[in-house]
Design a protein around this ligand. Structure first.
Ligand code: KMH
Ligand code: ZN
Length: 276
């Protein structure tokens, strides 16, 4: 399949609504955003949710309602974040799977995260991977640094392929503490990805100002794209992002220019082994 999977990550756990009023924090805002991004060409929505005060939460009832709401309003593949925020305990992060999303993220190692630490112990990673296998949830392996791809190789060697049999990774580049958001770093990752099971796919996202170089490098290297206000709040130098739709529209334009137009959610499901 020669098209591009475009993931929108509209909210994240780090930015505050007061600093970015267009950040979707209620279920209504999230479903409206997701619908509009789907119409533009997104096929996956990577979801973090907020409480009534717009603070990050992993509340189980809200997660279930969010999965149901997004399924009803859109045809997008719903991917819940099991990463949560750096403050979330492991038990709550594992319990995200109880909301029965089609996909969930699975971060492949511990990384400094700005002034914080995003902790991902090996045993926790194994737990996430094996529980997703048991529950029929397709993982997206989040990679913040090169060595985490080697950890993924080890994980798959010891515990087997994910549910659906297809391996998909997302390179999260430019986090202060992780790998840089550069073409050189992306190419280094792509080389290691070649040693993963045949057919492994990857997407990439560049945090902050690395958004554009990472997007262009990923398209050039045969990768897919993730964009959204989780990852960047600056559209161009001195210009704030107006909405998630603005970022998706730009990604769609680049994908079309690269002659790898956006895949529909149905095509993305087929590619990634996510049941229809
Ligand atoms: N919020 C970050 C600490 C994920 O969604 O799986 C973790 C994160 C990764 O965003
Ligand atoms: Zn996330």
């Amino acid at each position: 399949m020669t098209g591009t999977v475009i993931t929108v990550a509209p909210t994240g756990a780090e930015s505050k609504k007061v600093d970015a009023p267009a950040l979707p924090v209620t279920l209504a805002e999230l479903t409206t955003t997701a619908k509009e991004c789907e119409a533009l060409g997104a096929s996956i929505v990577h979801v973090h949710i907020r409480d009534d005060d717009a603070r990050p939460t992993l509340d189980q009832g809200r997660l279930r309602d969010t999965v149901a709401g997004l399924r009803e309003a859109t045809g997008l593949i719903v991917q819940l974040s099991s990463g949560g925020s750096v403050h979330d305990p492991e038990a709550d992060r594992l319990a995200v799977l109880n909301a029965e999303p089609e996909m969930a993220s699975c971060t492949m190692g511990t990384v400094n995260f700005g002034d914080d630490v995003f902790l991902n112990r090996w045993e926790f990673i194994v737990d996430l991977h094996t529980r997703m296998q048991e529950r029929g949830i397709v993982p997206e392996y989040e990679i913040f640094d090169l060595g985490q791809l080697t950890s993924l190789q080890r994980l798959l060697g010891k515990y087997g392929l994910p549910f659906g049999g297809h391996v998909h990774v997302d390179l999260v580049m430019g986090v202060p503490g992780g790998m840089p958001g550069t073409a050189a770093a992306l190419v280094a990752c792509e080389r290691v990805i070649r040693d993963l099971p045949a057919g492994t796919t990857f997407s990439a996202t560049g945090i902050g100002r690395s958004t554009l170089p990472v997007m262009l490098a990923s398209l050039s290297a045969g990768g897919h794209l993730r964009v959204g206000m989780e990852d960047t709040l600056t559209y161009a130098k001195g210009r704030a992002v107006e909405s998630n739709m603005q970022l998706v529209a730009r990604a769609v334009g680049f994908a079309q220019l690269a002659q790898r137009p956006p895949l529909t959610p149905a095509q993305a499901r087929e590619l990634l082994g996510v049941p229809a």
